[in-house]
Design a protein around this ligand. Structure first.
Ligand code: PSV
Ligand code: MN
Length: 390
């Protein structure tokens, strides 16, 4: 492919905005070991500074998603101004009802009304934070579930969930949305209260227009056709956001597009097909990743570039030719049209696209040459490195 992308593709790419998660910059690991990294941020401000560096090198990551209470500060208005001074905004607020002893047997689904109330109040507090950060989305992921058949009443927990979500939904302010994330297992192993897109869909449908589904790419059983779910949710107007990452075995939270680049291409192809790139459709593209053994800022740069590369390839699919081949029953012809786009090396064209915008042609090389990481290692001395609090 020549070094120039078609104008229509360039226009679409210019609109692309990927939210990066604050927790990607902190230390993380497995239940076996969290490895410390020199230069790791100690505060939400330092995480935001690292995220702003990703945006400065790629032009792709204008917002930082926060996790409450991991990113708890006294003054969220000041945090917002701090971010804006660095050229980024604050994005999705992720609630956390999975690290408190009270939630051992569930949060919004708990059979104890006092615990449900505590969990609802946490979410209402998150909505207040969103007022100050200017965030649009409250993202709810629940660790709720059970480990043994008979341990919990599956049915009444759905009723509790519906009621708790309703209370939170009714507290949404102007321009705020509730986004419900599903995950098929972990930390609960027998049953999970929001295990799949269907459950997330029925709850958000019952709530109303300001509620939608979050699709975390790592939250499916092996072999699940995720792009089908993308197509269906877009068709139903209920795809609120993505949590992008890669998985080999479980919820690995690896770099998006690393484990299965073709899957990311297929997902982005359905996003394009369903109008999901149009900001009017409200789909938020977020990363939900951890960098346990690789460098964190370069890991995030690699991630947003992977999303951009697969978006560009998806935009190159010859739609008219594909429709004609599909209508004609030309199985191999239709397949070849899709594969032609996937196999197109758009990297030189994207490098040129960046240069035209005053961005480095090679963001990773520019980051390594900038000395930013070395400065962090020298200056971030003392204090407690941020972590996921597990
Ligand atoms: C749960 O596995 C999850 O995907 C949710 O989005 C949480 O908020 C996030 O991970 C925490 O890392
Ligand atoms: Mn997630």
């Amino acid at each position: 492919m020549t070094a120039t992308l078609p104008a229509a593709v360039q226009e679409q790419l210019a609109l692309q905005a990927i939210e990066v998660p604050s927790w990607a910059y902190g230390n993380s690991g497995t239940r076996f070991k969290v490895f410390a990294t020199p230069g790791t941020p100690r505060t939400p401000e330092e995480k935001i500074a690292d995220a702003a560096t990703v945006h400065a090198h790629t032009g792709l990551a204008p917002k930082v998603a926060l996790h409450i209470p991991w990113d708890e500060v006294d003054d969220y208005g000041a945090l917002r101004r701090y971010a804006e001074d660095l050229g980024v905004g604050l994005g999705t607020i992720n609630s956390n009802t999975f690290q408190d002893d009270a939630y051992k047997f569930g949060s919004l689904t708990n059979s104890d009304p006092a615990i449900r109330r505590q969990a609802v109040e946490h979410h209402v507090r998150c909505l207040e934070v969103m007022e100050q950060t200017g965030s649009q989305d409250l993202k709810i992921w629940l660790a709720d579930g059970s480990n043994y058949p008979g341990q919990a009443d599956l049915r009444s927990r759905q009723d509790h969930l519906a009621e708790s979500l309703r209370t939170i939904y009714d507290a949404l302010g102007d321009g705020q949305r509730l986004v419900l994330e599903y995950k098929f297992f972990e930390p609960a192993f027998y049953h999970t209260d929001v295990p799949d897109w269907g459950t997330a869909f029925v709850h958000t449908l019952a709530l109303g227009e300001k509620a939608a589904v979050c699709l975390d790419t790592g939250h499916h059983a092996p072999g699940t056709n995720i792009e089908f779910i993308v197509a269906q949710l877009l068709r139903l107007g209920k795809l609120g956001s993505f949590d992008f990452n890669s998985r080999f075995y479980a919820d690995d939270d690896l770099i998006v597009g690393a484990a299965d680049p073709f899957q990311l291409f297929r997902i982005m192809t359905e996003v394009v097909r369903g109008g999901g790139l149009d900001p009017a459709n409200g789909v938020v593209f977020m990363l939900d990743q951890c960098h346990n053994v690789e460098e964190k800022i370069p890991g995030q740069i690699r991630s947003v570039l992977n999303v951009q590369e697969m978006t560009a390839r998806a935009l190159l699919v010859d739609r008219d030719a594909l429709s004609a081949a599909q209508a004609a029953g030309d199985v191999l012809g239709a397949h070849a049209i899709l594969m032609d786009a996937f196999h197109t090396d758009i990297r030189p064209a994207l490098a040129a696209w960046r240069e035209e915008r005053g961005l480095p042609a090679d963001p990773l090389a520019a980051f390594f040459a900038s000395g930013y990481q070395e400065r962090l290692v020298e200056t971030r001395v003392g204090g407690t490195p941020a972590g996921w609090g597990a």
